[in-house]
Design a protein around this ligand. Structure first.
Ligand SMILES: *Cc1c(COP(=O)(O)O)cnc(C)c1O
Length: 469
């Protein structure tokens, strides 16, 4: 770990910030006492109860530390702790937020001309989606919201929060929104909004947004795109040759609203989601009158276009600084980092298809892999495969410094039957393994991780033969 140079930079930056503070009469900060020191060292002990999210051997959930430039900028700004609810709370970070959000909007294909969109940061993708669905409900009162069975679980929950009836659309054999099923639902029910996911949380699938946009013209529903995970992959769609299917991303400019999570692929600490609306006039829906917050400026405050009140100005500062260093470019900047994880997923998927004992559940469309142990000879019970997955999950992790940290996912029988996978279905949901390859280092580590996986799968299947016979 080479944090030393970053800590030096933080120290220099704090020294510069202190020159600004020193305009005011001196204001002493007590040095850490014994209790402070003990508390912090105890925290270090407690923090070790974590999986090694920082390391390429951790290839499980959507987790990794922020880029050093992001935590440094966050820590520095937190010394002031501005609140982006209003210009009174943080004029500098409010400006940084507007600039950073404009860059995200531009990447997603929105017009960045004045009045071309309306957007802001949120504390999470869930809250960002809640805002988009709330706006959808206000503009399509009494009508239902359709979302995929592959969509994030919070869409169903937020529909309940909003008192809107949600309708689940099944997934097709590629784990994308099933367009035939969607059209049947559109014919039968009064759907006001359809949620499309670009980069599903489970399998990283890209719903066919371009086809949904065409249906929207015919049926007149709103299109909300949940790109919390996959939004940044629009950079890879614009590479030559593209590293992900560019077609759904090209349709983003026609979406009514889009959510993207900088705290997932934007290298930010948690607390940074974003929602963007195509029509800035929806800002009037947020209208409220606060007797105690806005008084130093007549300009539109971020708090006037956001459901949340307090939001960390430090989150905006961290994102803004990160984008300076890692611009939203297909080949350089952030695109360069994302491409490595995408290539790792493609290479690992390829390696898995060559293995006798492994089955790739679906071709990866982003950087998420899904597979399960299943010898190609014979027909196996879903419950046996699930037991193998559980064992592989535990044993790869138990190897510790020599191991691999994966995640698990339940795949529905209905989904795998669409692919004609030959499984004896004694249970309705099969446990599979899932790996999110979101660190660029995964590319260099992929072959080694695959080897660990194969060794463990081999031993798990061999052992289960002994116990069965
Ligand atoms: C992670 C995720 C969410 C939820 O976002 P949070 O930031 O965790 O609240 C919503 N939708 C998708 C597709 C996601 O991947």
């Amino acid at each position: 770990m080479k944090r030393e140079s970053w800590l030096r930079l933080l120290k220099d930056a704090i020294a510069k910030l202190e020159q600004w503070e020193n305009q005011w009469p001196s204001h002493a900060l007590a040095a850490p006492n014994k209790a402070d020191v003990e508390a912090v060292l105890d925290l270090v002990d407690r923090l070790q109860d974590n999986y090694p999210f920082f390391h390429p051997q951790y290839a499980g959930q959507m987790l990794k530390p922020p880029h050093p430039i992001a935590w440094l900028s966050y820590a520095l700004t937190a010394l002031i702790n501005p609140n982006n609810h209003a210009l009174d709370g943080g004029p500098a970070t409010a400006a940084l937020e507007l600039e950073a959000v404009a860059e995200l909007a531009g990447m997603l294909g929105f017009s960045t001309a004045p009045g071309g969109f309306l957007g802001h940061l949120t504390s999470s993708g869930t809250i960002a989606n809640l805002e988009a669905l709330w706006v959808a409900r206000e503009l399509r009162p009494g009508r239902r919201i359709a979302y995929g069975a592959n969509a994030h679980y919070t869409h169903a929950r937020m529909c309940r929060v909003l008192g809107v009836e949600g309708v689940e659309v099944p997934a097709d054999k590629n784990a994308r929104l099933d367009m035939g099923a969607l059209e049947n639902i559109l014919r039968a029910e009064d759907i006001g909004t359809v949620v499309v996911t670009l980069g599903t949380t489970g399998l990283g699938a890209l719903d066919p947004l371009q086809e949904v946009v065409l249906l929207a013209r015919r049926y007149g529903f709103r299109v909300h795109v949940d790109a919390a995970y996959g939004g940044f992959f629009s950079l890879l769609a614009r590479r030559e040759p593209p590293l992900v299917d560019p077609v759904p991303f090209d349709a983003l400019a026609e979406a009514d609203s889009v959510v993207i999570d900088p705290h997932k692929h934007g290298l930010q600490p948690y607390g940074c989601g974003c929602v963007i609306f195509r029509d800035p006039r929806i800002g009037s829906l947020y209208r409220h009158d606060s007797p105690y917050t806005y008084f130093t400026s007549g300009d539109l405050h971020l708090g006037e276009i956001s459901l949340e009140c307090s939001r960390a100005g430090a989150a905006a500062a961290a994102l803004w600084t990160t984008l300076r260093v890692l611009p939203l470019q297909p080949h350089g900047g952030l695109g360069h980092l994302l491409a490595a994880g995408r290539r790792a997923a493609l290479a690992w998927a390829q390696a898995i298809t060559q293995e006798e004992n492994l089955h790739l559940a679906v071709e990866p469309e982003t950087d998420i892999l899904c597979f399960f142990p299943m010898p190609s000879a014979g027909k196996h019970r879903a419950s046996t495969i699930s037991t193998w997955s559980d064992a592989v999950f535990k044993k790869t992790m138990a190897r510790g410094a020599d191991g691999l940290y994966l995640a698990k996912i339940k795949l529905e029988r209905k989904f795998l039957e669409k692919q004609d996978v030959d499984i004896e279905w004694d249970i309705d949901r099969l446990t599979a393994l899932r790996s999110v390859l979101m660190k660029p280092e995964h590319e260099a580590w992929q072959a080694r991780l695959h080897q660990v996986l194969c060794e463990v799968v081999e031993s798990v299947i061999r052992q289960s033969h002994y116990t069965e016979n």
